[in-house]
Design a protein around this ligand. Structure first.
Ligand code: HEC
Ligand code: HEC
Length: 504
């Protein structure tokens, strides 16, 4: 690891999520809003609709402020944050796509200049020039999506790039086209929803109703395109690969995100139809605001889906979310992880934790590690580190050697509650047994789910179970039972109780 580790008091996931979701929301709006402005301007000029032109001028002010000021600032912020959060991932993206980024920035500069000229030119430029600049704005903005879409989809489905390392293989990867269709639809949708929101405050009632209705239809068209894009996206072959299906089964987040996205889509469809098309009189600012929130929620949910289904990778199949390359980890249990860290703090346990776990977990706080280990002990933790990748949650394997595993195990054990579970929770009998199972087995063996062992124990006697618990040769990825006698007995009784349960 050639980069220092950036330690903050915030969970990295939420930090990135908030800024990135707001940024993509605004930047997609910047594209769709641009298209809405020029198309609506053309129609308004053709019909000599002065009310509508006045509205568009007002919308374009809001538009320039929001998309240029917030969009540009949050975009720069994202660069800072990804660079600090995932320097190795950022480096890999820059190495692969340096010309892609360069082109993206050219489009971005054109986009900004055109947006400023467009706003400035309402009264100062001829109608033709003004509209030409509007088109230049929209095309440049959309082309920046065309470029960035290649890089974002690459992280999820790098496709043939994994073998060839070729720019174009990575760029036009298996989710490129569906994602472009979906995102273009989202841009159009957002342009419509923002226009509905701003139009809700327009003073002149007849023209307000007209503008709201037009913008709502526009938004619905965008929603339909993005829905078609999603169906296309969801059915891309690659996403039915085991790795992705597995994650969706093991983590609740991807499935939940898709549900939220569909709910938001339904709210938007209903809201735009009722308060936009059928009864545009209902469309006042608060209603428009609700629709904006629904759009933010739906779009955010899609981004969460994409991010979570990619776990545990930052670039699927190539680099894990903690910045370690897959080939390095595969090569690696013999190699020292510590020696590969360029900036060491002197506290090896902390370095190992930061570089292996911290990109996804805090000790306490965001996706805390502590509750997973409270009530266990150093030997359990060290043993479990060997089987991280066998756990229910999709995680990278621990990339250090055996000595480092023991170091990290001891470091974590010093920071969690290592009293036995019966002491911490005052549990007895089956309740204790169930808890012991959850803490010491449940991360890798879920009853009725991931790594289920219920059937294995079907005809086991107490002594057989006892033997399994002490068997050092069960699996290198499985810790030998290290709880005290009381916990051992409770666990055995609990496992035996499954047989009675099955007989019933
Ligand atoms: C790629 C991100 C990622 C990395 C890196 C990572 N984890 Fe996890 N881990 C997760 C996720 C996601 C969960 C599921 C959390 C949940 O369900 O609430 C999880 C859950 C766990 C659990 C509970 C397992 C279960 O399913 O009950 C343990 C224990 C754990 N992590 C330990 C670690 C340790 C120790 C490290 C570092 C050596 C680490 N993790 C590195 C993402 C990661
Ligand atoms: C850190 C992960 C991990 C933990 C914790 C863990 N195991 Fe395992 N266990 C494994 C792995 C990996 C295998 C090998 C699975 C395979 O080969 O299919 C395994 C295999 C088994 C098997 C035999 C294989 C089978 O599918 O029937 C049994 C029985 C078993 N474990 C029971 C337990 C019990 C009981 C506990 C708690 C005391 C436990 N394990 C804790 C990872 C773990």
């Amino acid at each position: 690891m050639p980069y220092p580790f950036w330690e903050t008091d915030v969970g990295y996931g939420p930090l990135m999520a908030v800024i990135a979701v707001l940024h993509v929301f605004v930047s997609h709006f910047a594209i769709g809003g641009g298209l809405y402005l020029v198309v609506a301007e053309r129609a308004a000029r053709a019909g000599a609709d002065l009310q509508r032109l006045a509205f568009l001028e007002r919308l374009s002010k809001f538009f320039v402020l929001l998309s240029l000021v917030f969009g540009a600032l949050s975009g720069v912020m994202i660069w800072f944050i990804v660079g600090l959060l995932s320097p190795a991932g950022t480096e890999a993206l820059i190495r692969t796509f340096v010309w892609g980024w360069a082109i993206e920035w050219v489009f971005f500069i054109v986009e900004i200049l055109a947006a400023i000229l467009y706003y400035y030119g309402w009264k100062r430029l001829s109608a033709r020039r003004h509209m030409a600049i509007g088109w230049i704005y929209f095309v440049a903005a959309w082309l920046s999506l065309v470029v960035i879409n290649g890089i974002v989809t690459f992280m999820l489905t790098p496709g043939a790039w994994l073998e060839t390392g070729e720019f174009w293989d990575g760029f036009f990867n298996p989710t490129y086209w569906p994602s472009l269709v979906m995102r273009t639809g989202i841009c159009i949708l957002l342009g419509g929803v923002f226009a509905v929101f701003v139009a809700g405050g327009h003073a002149d009632r007849p023209s307000r109703l007209r503008i709201v209705r037009g913008a709502a239809l526009w938004g619905i068209a965008g929603l339909l395109i993005s829905a078609a894009g999603w169906l296309y996206y969801e059915n891309v072959d690659v996403l039915s690969q085991k790795a992705f299906v597995d994650v969706a089964e093991r983590l609740v987040l991807p499935t939940m995100a898709v549900e939220y996205m569909l709910i938001a889509g339904a709210i938007l469809a209903g809201g735009l139809l009722v308060t936009g098309v059928f009864a545009p009189g209902l469309q006042r600012r608060p209603v428009g605001f609700v629709l904006l929130i629904a759009a933010l929620m739906g779009f955010g949910a899609f981004e969460f889906y994409r991010e979570s289904v990619r776990k545990p990778f930052v670039i699927h199949g190539y680099m894990y979310a903690n910045g370690l390359r897959v080939d390095r980890v595969e090569a690696g249990a013999e190699e020292s992880l510590l020696e590969s860290i360029a900036y060491r703090t002197g506290d090896d346990g902390r370095d190992l934790f930061n570089y292996s776990c911290r990109s996804c977990h805090e000790l306490e706080g965001y996706r805390a590690i502590k509750p997973f280990f409270d009530g266990t002990d150093k030997d359990y933790i060290t043993g479990a580190l060997a089987g991280l990748h066998a756990m229910r949650a999709p995680m990278p394997p621990f990339a250090g050697n055996a000595e480092e595993r023991a170091k990290l195990g001891a470091w974590v054990a010093e920071r969690v509650d290592t009293r036995p579970l019966h002491e911490i929770h005052r549990l007895e009998g089956l309740a204790l047994g169930r808890r012991v199972f959850e803490m010491r087995c449940g991360s890798c063996h879920v009853r009725g789910g991931h790594g289920d062992v219920t059937e294995t124990f079907e005809d086991f006697e107490a002594e057989d179970i006892d033997e399994v618990l002490s068997d050092v040769e069960m699996s290198e990825e499985m810790p030998v039972f290290s709880g005290d006698d009381k916990e051992r007995k409770a666990l055995i009784d609990y496992i035996l109780s499954w047989q009675a349960e099955a007989a019933r």
